[in-house]
Design a protein around this ligand. Structure first.
Ligand SMILES: *[C@@H]1O[C@H](CO)[C@@H](O)[C@H](O)[C@H]1NC(C)=O
Ligand SMILES: *[C@@H]1O[C@H](CO)[C@@H](O)[C@H](O)[C@H]1NC(C)=O
Ligand SMILES: *[C@@H]1O[C@H](CO)[C@@H](O)[C@H](O)[C@H]1NC(C)=O
Ligand SMILES: *[C@@H]1O[C@H](CO)[C@@H](O)[C@H](O)[C@H]1NC(C)=O
Ligand SMILES: *[C@@H]1O[C@H](CO)[C@@H](O)[C@H](O)[C@H]1NC(C)=O
Ligand SMILES: *[C@@H]1O[C@H](CO)[C@@H](O)[C@H](O)[C@H]1NC(C)=O
Ligand SMILES: *[C@@H]1O[C@H](CO)[C@@H](O)[C@H](O)[C@H]1NC(C)=O
Ligand SMILES: CC(=O)N[C@H]1CO[C@H](CO)[C@@H](O)[C@@H]1O
Length: 632
């Protein structure tokens, strides 16, 4: 009796002294190894600035109930350091609070520090001031860039260390990422790119986080960095060393929405199939991109033309509601895989061919105790297979999970999870989230066409848009005048063609303050040409072009210098077949539109009389701001 008390006392003392949650995180060829034990982990992406801190606990709780073990997030450099050396970690950008919220829910964290994020986020998460450091080249072996990147990596690592958030400190962070999908673009950076990968790996390791680092989509990730797979399917992926586990860091639950594209949808049967196949073929860590997508608030959406909704057809929808049957079917899948965990971590899978496009993978704990995955990867033919002396029906494109090599507890194609949770029937985008769109609810403000003398400046030639706006606004006015010298009979107009070339993303063209054209690119290629027949008066005519960006480009080789805005304006005379290149003429510019200078987007002006209200909304004029507020 007395002895037992003593033992208990000693144990408690050790816990208090060392911290009960101290964790070591390493890896071997099968899995991440946490406190000496291999783990099978389900992870999901939730980006903290895409929702409010007030709702983080609820979203994380729903993720845990959905069977996740790990929450993954990027870190968003541009918002954390809006001015060089001035850091911001408040509100939606309170990274420490987010990581602690995950910890309080009892989940783990994969922190993708980058600092390149991509993420359909403005400029891929790079601060725009970086672009204006003379001589800088992003994501290659350029000292100016490397110094800034290293400084930010170190800043985030020390922020996490100071709050005791790494696993070794008793915190939830078990994994960190440096760079992001660089392997997809490395070819464009030549030898500089290869050296940069080595440098990024060494720099990350030198920060001594005590957790493993990963590089996703990076075949040449140097040891000890784990190279991981991103994609719709990752079952055929193998890491670049037999000492590294097979990990999937971006499994697309759907896709992001871009203006002009269809609303993305990925059936849960296919998503579940891809996940089950991954664990069947040796995977032990998988992350849904996204598990909760949320909203691109303010001007955080990337470009070109990424929408403000980042719903992603994810298991938790943009508003934090569970999306069925996706959430429930995946929860059931996670439970089934969890039941196989002890088998999955005990051995490599044994492969068995069961027929054409039919196979089994078996995980043995002992010679007669096993778990099995049976797969039919034929996209249209159902099948019956015989396994272990029993017959099983396998629908096309499906995996069955047998935690005892005998009983099927889950098949990816059989969705039994309820269709909705609230007793409200809805499909796709949810009706519960709609608010009144009655025209009487709206108010508006009419924007003047063209520059105002208060904010304009004059320059020869056409200016590149990002260099000019420094991303302080999506809008740039390009204004010039066209002088028609020849005499035109009274009441007549001269007809001409206006050819405009733009790097993107959209433009409205006005001649003598009247709208004559609208051009736009798309998410894949933001550039476009616009040709319009226009009518001119004798003497001076005004030409006003409102060039618009929708998010700074966030992806692709050298995306940071792709540029935007108008680069060519040519006036072609219909009769004389002569051309007048206005590109090198004198232009008047204005960064931003009047409504932005007034502050129409500010909540403080929500009830201002600047906003006009009435039953008849102006619907056919060129430049109108509209405002509505509502509650669900
Ligand atoms: C934009 O500015 C950067 C940095 O000042 C410069 O290197 C680049 O050439 C400019 N690009 C254009 C298209 O003017
Ligand atoms: C690395 O960090 C751990 C704790 O996180 C600490 O114990 C160790 O001394 C550090 N090593 C170096 C070389 O800084
Ligand atoms: C599978 O077996 C069941 C029961 O014997 C039978 O009804 C079904 O037609 C078979 N399906 C296929 C695709 O062979
Ligand atoms: C322009 O400046 C004048 C004088 O300072 C001011 O009265 C006017 O409101 C300004 N207009 C805009 C659009 O800012
Ligand atoms: C626009 O026109 C130029 C010159 O004719 C051409 O080189 C370019 O490919 C065109 N761009 C698009 C997006 O059509
Ligand atoms: C605007 O008016 C509404 C309704 O009267 C009120 O609830 C809200 O607080 C006001 N907003 C501001 C910024 O004054
Ligand atoms: C908008 O204006 C154009 C040109 O003035 C006209 O052809 C069109 O019918 C109008 N549309 C609506 C919905 O009023
Ligand atoms: C690795 C991989 O499969 N990447 C795919 C991710 O999704 C995009 C969009 O469909 C594909 O183009 C990539 O090939």
């Amino acid at each position: 009796m007395g002895n037992k008390d003593l033992v208990l006392l000693v144990l408690i003392a050790v816990c208090v002294f060392e911290g009960c949650y101290c964790k070591t995180v390493t890896y071997d060829h099968r899995a991440l190894v946490i406190d000496g034990k291999r783990r099978v982990l389900q992870s999901g992406s939730i980006h903290y600035p895409r929702s409010m801190p007030e709702v983080w606990p609820e979203i994380i709780r729903k993720s845990k109930e959905g069977g996740l073990d790990v929450i993954e997030t990027y870190v968003f450099w541009n918002n954390h350091e809006p001015v060089r050396g001035e850091y911001y970690f408040e509100g939606r950008f309170d990274l420490v609070r987010f990581v602690k919220t995950v910890q309080e829910a009892g989940l783990l964290v994969h922190l993708r520090i980058g600092p390149y994020a991509c993420a359909e986020w403005n400029y891929g998460g790079f601060p725009v001031w970086l672009h204006f450091i003379p001589g800088i080249q992003f994501r290659t072996t350029n000292d100016l860039f490397k110094n800034e990147m290293k400084r930010f990596l170190a800043k985030i690592v020390s922020l996490m260390k100071d709050a005791d958030l790494f696993a070794s400190q008793g915190g939830p962070i078990i994994l960190a990422q440096v760079e992001n999908e660089y392997g997809n673009v490395e070819w464009a950076y030549g030898v500089g790119g290869e050296l940069y990968v080595k440098w990024a790996a060494e720099t990350a390791v030198s920060l001594n986080t005590s957790v493993p680092w990963v590089m996703c989509q990076q075949e040449d990730a140097p040891d000890p960095i784990i190279n991981t797979c991103n994609g719709f399917y990752c079952d055929r992926f193998t890491p670049n060393s037999p000492s590294k586990p097979k990990m999937w860091t971006e499994n697309y639950s759907g896709w992001f929405l871009a203006f002009g594209n269809a609303i993305p949808y990925r059936p849960v049967e296919d998503l579940a199939f891809s996940v089950a196949r991954f664990f069947e073929t040796g995977g032990t860590f998988q992350n849904y991109y996204m598990y909760f997508g949320g909203t691109n608030f303010e001007r955080t959406a990337g470009g070109p033309l990424v929408a403000t909704s980042y719903d992603y057809d994810a298991p938790i929808d943009e508003y934090g509601f569970i999306r069925q049957p996706k959430w429930g079917h995946l929860r059931d899948l996670h439970k089934a895989i969890k039941q196989c965990e002890e088998f999955l971590i005990s051995s490599d899978p044994t492969y068995l061919q069961l027929g054409k496009n039919l196979e089994a993978h078996i995980y043995y704990r002992t010679s007669n105790k096993c778990a099995a995955f049976l797969a039919n990867f034929d996209s249209s033919l159902d099948a019956n297979v015989t396994f272990n002396g029993n017959s099983y029906f396998l629908p096309a494109w499906s995996v069955s999970i047998l935690p005892d090599c005998k009983n099927v507890i889950f098949n990816t194609a059989k969705v039994v999870s309820q269709r909705n949770l609230h007793g409200v029937s809805f499909s796709g985008t949810t009706s519960v989230n709609e608010f009144s769109l009655a025209s009487s609810a709206w108010s508006w403000y009419k924007e003047e066409v063209g520059v105002s003398s208060n904010h304009s400046f004059i320059k020869p030639g056409l200016l590149e848009q990002i260099n000019t706006t420094k991303d302080n606004s999506d809008y740039l006015w390009y204004t010039t005048s066209i002088n028609v010298k020849e005499s035109i009979a009274p009441g007549q107009e001269k007809e001409a063609f206006l050819h405009i070339g733009s790097l993107g993303h959209a433009a409205l063209v006005f001649v003598n303050k009247r709208l004559v054209g609208f051009g736009f690119g798309n998410h894949e290629d933001a550039s476009f040409n616009l040709s319009e027949k226009i009518s001119l008066n004798q003497g001076d005519n005004t030409l006003d072009i409102l060039s618009m960006m929708v998010g700074l480009q966030n992806y692709g080789p050298w995306f940071d210098i792709a540029g935007a805005g108008i680069y060519s304006v040519i006036l072609a005379d219909l009769k004389k077949s002569s051309k007048d290149d206005l590109s090198s003429g004198v232009w008047t510019y204005q960064v931003g539109v009047e409504g932005e200078y007034i502050g129409l987007d500010k909540i403080s002006l929500a009830n201002s009389s600047l906003w006009i209200q009435g039953n008849r909304l102006p619907i056919n004029r060129s430049l109108i701001w509209y405002k509505v507020s509502g509650c669900r």
